[in-house]
Design a protein around this ligand. Sequence first.
Ligand code: NAD
Ligand code: INS
Length: 341
Amino acid sequence: MGDLLGVAVLGAGHMGADHIRRLDRVVSGARVVAVADPETDRAEEAAAGVEGVAVHADPEAALDAPGVQAVLIASPGPAHEEALLAAFGRGLPVLCEKPLVPDAAGALRVVEAESRLGRRLTQVGFMRRYDAEYLRLKSLLDSGRLGRALMLHCTHRNVSSPPGFTTAMLINSSVSHEIDAARWLLGQEPTAVTVLRPGPSSNAPDGLLDPQFVLFETSGGALVDVEIFVNSGFGYQVRCEAVCEGGSARIGDGHSMVVTTADGAREEVAQDYLVRFADAYDREVQAWVDATRQGRVTGPSAWDGYAASVVAEAGVRAQESGAREAVTLAPRPELYGFDDH
Ligand SMILES: NC(=O)c1ccc[n+]([C@@H]2O[C@H](COP(=O)([O-])OP(=O)(O)OC[C@H]3O[C@@H](n4cnc5c(N)ncnc54)[C@H](O)[C@@H]3O)[C@@H](O)[C@H]2O)c1
Ligand SMILES: O[C@H]1[C@H](O)[C@@H](O)[C@H](O)[C@@H](O)[C@H]1O
């Protein structure tokens, strides 16, 4: 056990509990040594059966628990900044669930704090970069076989939104994935955002303006459109089609199972991200554990997390104004390349 990476997991809700299971039973090279959640019952439940784990209500107490060498942050987005700064203060490498920090000012404070350390400690949980289909699309676009990318058409549907989900979160929680995927796939920065919406679906909770249509312009002249619909009622569907000068490529259709009975054939649709992206989360966390044990930090950086938060914030402004909102990033510190993945 001695040379396994000792991980503290902060937040034991949907994602935290799944990551605890993954660290304990799926990936190799790590063990969960501490779990923190103010709802200690949730932490106890998620940690049940994990050998030698300590459960805390206070995240800082978990960071200071014996054997902690790295941190996985799976608390709600607004709690991430404090947790990241606490991890930096202790020199601990971090895998931080998206969004890095939902507001751009907070995300910039994180980038500045990491830059002052002079070394990367953060990998952000944009797991689509580890999804087999996204990786195939990325490698096809990078190969140049389809020529210059003109447009990405993206669909992002959830069955239902969790309690407390706000209209702003359609962009800064859900569309943050497409923002990161578009930056990564195209190697371009979004420069402006416009948001349009139909009348809200009657499936959406009162006051939630769902679905929406989000359009990004990018630094290389491409357009990225995203249908975000978090109360579709019927399935978890994530698709992306790249339209290029020499052809198009689409991913996201191949995740269903076709069940045939005497009544006919029926295609099953994933109901949530834990099913659709199960392999991607496994690969993401394994890559983090492997790199951390080698003293390296790879994958989406704090800068990528900051850029996504700035673009999302422009998107939230565009939701409110109905106008095209420009995106302005702070100067990129030397620590970060455009894409270290
Ligand atoms: N990558 C993905 O596809 C994906 C999917 C779902 C959620 N997420 C992200 O994971 C994070 C958690 O989301 P979730 O759906 O698991 O939420 P959740 O509400 O199910 O769980 C969050 C847990 O954190 C606890 N918590 C609150 N404040 C805390 C703090 N300061 N320190 C430690 N724990 C705290 C809560 O009590 C709760 O148990 C969010 O950042 C979310 O955006 C990512
Ligand atoms: O936090 C979740 C998560 O990021 C999912 O991957 C996304 O599909 C949801 O829309 C979002 O609410």
